[in-house]
Design a protein around this ligand. Structure first.
Ligand SMILES: Cc1cc2nc3c(=O)[nH]c(=O)nc-3n(C[C@H](O)[C@H](O)[C@H](O)COP(=O)(O)OP(=O)(O)OC[C@H]3O[C@@H](n4cnc5c(N)ncnc54)[C@H](O)[C@@H]3O)c2cc1C
Length: 393
């Protein structure tokens, strides 16, 4: 079968309206499916709304995880075209503040070249002219096309475009169960958190985009998925002390990034695993590490007041007990028919907000293949509606 009008007869339920679910809903609706998005809270109220909001250039992964680096730079270039309103295209610096960082520079540049990340070397005085709050110990820097996104606007743009193509978006509706008949997911049980009503929604196919809660959804169908909730601590400082994103010129590690977000500077992050993404206890030493490591690049961060300290969990593909920094930052779509013998159910996990569009493309390709449809993805070329349209469509 090869005609997009056939997709209209299929109702796909997407669980979760973070960057992944929002992008999946847009792609599905654009390919003609009937779509309902169910989100237990507000749009982007999970991990997406509380990360540092770096539009990755891929620089953080270009040496150790080149697959993720390539995904990042490709998606960075696409997102800046299709949703310019949700982006601040300020660029980023990878900054060396000691000899070890300088020794890493050559590998970093080779990594940029191997993965297609544009870069420019700056000497110490050029770097400090761009960013006067950089440490006096700065020895040099490399410029890359990092940026900053506004996560709520991003999700609302995806969802406004999905709504324009017929999707229904239902925030504050929690999925409480999946109905499985003859080894096939046929419906979702929901609780409307505003009206208090419980109901059942028929689905031809369910896409689980519940981020670090993905395992709770797969439990409802009696299957398992290797998604591990991997939190990180971030400290938001009052005041904006850099215009560009400031990264440490080292293998991606803890406390090595400062992202300017409007009038704040967010120092991030750390990484460990938890069983339950709803209850994350922040280790004191991780918070201290943000101040210590962040101020090595920008000493002023030691002198100013924190505005907020928070943690959220990545939905990474792996298992509890694995070394979190070694888990690749790429993504995977699990077809539970292949994996577990349960039809009508797929889970998308891993990745980043920066790669949400590509994650959606991969997921909807799987959905189409399952339904024997050949409908090409058009999200790379499709300009998204303004986030403002979310409320008016
Ligand atoms: C510390 C940290 C920093 C990061 N920084 C960056 C960064 O700078 N740049 C970047 O690109 N990426 C970053 N990431 C990664 C990025 O945040 C995540 O990969 C991305 O947000 C995951 O999106 P998601 O939609 O899959 O998950 P989520 O945003 O968590 O969305 C899942 C949604 O599912 C909903 N849900 C859960 N259970 C149910 C249910 N039963 N019924 C209905 N809805 C349900 C949740 O409420 C939630 O809104 C960071 C991650 C962390 C942890």
């Amino acid at each position: 079968m090869n005609m997009s009008e056939h997709s209209q007869k299929y109702h796909v339920v997407v669980i979760g309206a973070g960057s992944t679910g929002a992008a999946v809903a847009h792609d599905l609706a654009l390919r003609g499916f009937k779509v309902t998005v169910l989100e237990r809270g507000e749009i982007a109220s999970g991990t997406t709304g509380r990360n540092h909001c770096l539009l990755h250039s891929g620089g953080r992964y270009c040496v150790k995880d080149q697959e993720s680096a390539v995904e990042c730079i490709e998606e960075n270039m696409i997102l800046r075209k299709i949703m310019p309103e949700a982006m601040e295209l300020n660029g980023g610096l990878f900054v060396a503040v000691n000899d070890e960082d300088m020794a890493y520079k050559q590998s970093f540049i080779e990594g940029c070249e191997a993965t297609g990340i544009p870069y420019k070397e700056l000497n110490a005085s050029e770097a400090r002219r761009r960013e006067p709050y950089l440490s006096e110990k700065t020895l040099g820097a490399v410029w890359v096309p990092d940026g900053v996104f506004e996560p709520m606007r991003m999700c609302m743009s995806f969802l406004a475009s999905a709504k324009q193509n017929g999707a229904m978006v239902r925030p504050y509706v929690e999925v409480t169960g999946l109905q499985v008949e003859d080894q096939r997911v046929v419906a979702v049980e929901v609780w409307d958190r505003i009206s208090g009503e419980e109901s059942v929604i028929h689905a031809d196919l369910v896409v689980n985009a519940a981020g670090p809660w993905a395992g709770m959804i797969t439990d409802m169908a009696g299957v398992d998925v290797p998604v591990v909730a991997t939190p990180g601590v971030m400290v938001s400082m009052t005041g904006r002390y850099c215009q560009l994103v400031v990264n440490r010129l080292n293998v991606s590690s803890d406390g090595d990034i400062v992202v300017p977000q409007r009038e704040t500077s967010i120092i991030g992050t750390s990484s460990w695993t938890v069983e339950d993404a709803d209850y994350i206890e922040m280790p004191e030493d991780h918070i201290q590490m943000m101040y210590d490591r962040g101020s090595e690049m920008m000493p002023i961060l030691r002198e100013v007041e924190p505005r907020g300290i928070f943690a959220v969990a990545r939905p990474l593909i792996g298992r509890i007990g694995e070394d979190e920094r070694e888990i690749a930052r790429t993504f995977k779509c699990f077809d539970h028919a292949d994996r577990d013998g349960v039809e009508g159910f797929v889970t998308i996990a891993g990745g980043k907000t920066t790669t949400a569009r590509a994650m959606a493309e991969g997921t909807v390709d799987v959905v189409c293949a399952k339904l024997d449809l050949e409908i090409p993805c058009a999200t790379k070329e499709t300009q998204l509606l303004s986030y403002r349209a979310y409320y008016t469509i």
